[in-house]
Design a protein around this ligand. Structure first.
Ligand SMILES: [Zn+2]
Length: 81
């Protein structure tokens, strides 16, 4: 099992770094998705320029939320997606 993956990590205002990070594990009610394609949206651009998102992101944090991929792990209680 792969234990690390590449991720773009946002550290602050226009400070985005490509790093190796631990592969997340699926907690109850969650799935883990291996990203096959990712895009950037207008919200990503605003967050990159500001360095944070007041309600969703506190740096440092893996960056991006527009994606498609393959579910590689399911958490307890997940019966469909
Ligand atoms: Zn978006």
């Amino acid at each position: 099992m792969t234990t690390e993956m590449a991720a773009a990590v946002l550290y602050g205002k226009e400070d985005l770094r490509l790093e190796q990070v631990p592969v997340p594990r699926a907690a109850a009610g969650e799935v883990v998705v291996r990203v096959e394609a990712a895009l950037t949206c207008g919200t990503d651009l605003k967050v990159y320029r500001r360095g944070y998102h007041a309600m969703m992101l506190k740096p440092p944090i893996p960056f991006g939320h527009e994606l498609a991929g393959v579910i590689t792990e399911i958490g307890a209680g997940v019966t469909a997606f």
